[in-house]
Structure formats: C-alpha cells, structure tokens
Design a protein. Structure first.
Length: 225
C-alpha cells in the first residue's frame, strides 16, 4: 500500500508520513494507561509506520547514493536496522530487571520509541527528494539541482551529467518495457531471470534465517517469565 503513495508524493514526503504514523502509534501506547486494547491499537498503527519506512528507506538510499557504493550503503542500513532491533529487545529486558514493578516499566520502552520516529521526521526536513523520483516525475531541472547538491558538485560537472544521462536512459528503457505490456505474469517471470533470482533468493533466505533463529520467541517468553 505504501509504494503507490511514495510513487505519487515522493520518497521524502512518504518517509515523513511514515514517521508521523509511527509517532502517533507510539504516543497512543504511552497514553494507554495500561489499557490493553489501546496498546494493541498503538502497536498496530506504529507497525504500519515502521513497516512502510523499512520499505522506503532502502529505496531512498539507493536513489541518492553513487552507483559504486549503492549496495554497500543499503547493506549498512540493514546492519543498523538489526542493531536497532537488538536495542528494541534489550531495553524492555533492562527495564524489567532494574526497575520495580510499576507503570514506568511499560511507559519507558514505549516513550523511547518517540525518539527514532522524531529523528526520522525532522531529519527528512533537512534532506532533499531523490533525483530519480524527480526525473521520473518529469522534473528534470530540479533533479539536476538535487543531484548536484547531493554530490557536492557543480550542475555542469561531467560526473553529474553522466549520472543524469544514465538516469534518462534507464527511465526510457523502463517506459519502453511498460509500453510493451507490463503484465503481472511478465513481472513474475522477471523474478526468475539470471541475476534477479539470485538476489531474490538471498534476501528471502536472510529474512527466513533471521526468524528461524527463534530470537523473537525467546525474548518474548524470557521477558514474560
């Protein structure tokens, strides 16, 4: 559901929407005052924000990073994401072990969620829209300006011109491909193409292996006990 939104309003504003949704969900949990239904509702709303942001952030990184280090930067995001998940497990555990049974035990972990959501929202105010989305929307002059700003180079620099040329060629290729009949079956078949299927398999295996370790269930049971 989030992808059509990010295609319509851009990566930057879509990430701000995700951060706002996550903040609303976190605030509901903080103000739930122990009401389980409100906590569930807050978790559900916050989950929408986090899930959508996890989809858009790699796209944003990929579209603003130089091609030579694009994969490295997206991989770095994944590492940071897993580090954040570790903190997400250990903060409730630490609160449970070091604070007496009180309202603070559940308010503190919920309240701390407001920090990363706020950083994402206000941080995106300082960022610019991705040149590729602007180019795809037909805003080529703004795409050129943003690309030059991100690369910290003059707009007439040969490297900036090369990236704009590559971007234009790729978008023209995609438009031609869609014009030839971009059906759902064709998209599914593309997943089996050489080079694509390897990336797909690696991504799926990483996600499955992460959950098959049982870490989520272990920490949930351990905290309850």
């Amino acid at each position: 559901m989030i992808f059509p939104l990010t295609e319509k309003i851009g990566r930057r504003y879509a990430l701000m929407v995700c951060a706002a949704v996550f903040e609303i969900g976190s605030l509901i949990q903080v103000l739930a005052f122990g009401h389980l239904q409100a906590i569930y509702a807050g978790r559900f709303i916050g989950g929408w924000g986090v899930g959508a942001a996890c989809l858009i952030i790699p796209i944003y990184i990929a579209e603003i990073s130089p091609p030579a280090i694009r994969g490295r930067l997206v991989g770095f995001f994944e590492i940071q994401f897993q580090i954040g998940a570790v903190f997400g497990f250990w903060i409730p555990y630490g609160v449970n072990r070091n604070l007496p049974v009180s309202t603070q035990q559940w308010i503190i972990p919920f309240a701390l969620q407001l920090i990363p959501g706020g950083i994402l929202f206000f941080g995106m105010l300082l960022c610019r829209e991705t040149p590729r989305w602007l180019a795809k929307s037909g805003q080529w002059e703004k795409a050129l300006g943003n690309l030059a700003y991100i690369r910290n180079l003059p707009a007439d620099h040969e490297y900036v011109a090369f990236e704009i040329h590559e971007m234009r060629a790729q978008l023209e290729h995609e438009a031609k491909w869609e014009g030839e009949g971009n059906t759902f079956l064709k998209q599914v078949k593309e997943l089996g193409m050489k080079g694509v299927r390897n990336r797909l398999a690696i991504g799926m295996c990483m996600m499955m292996c992460q959950n098959l370790t049982g870490i989520n269930g272990y920490f949930t049971i351990h905290q309850r006990n």
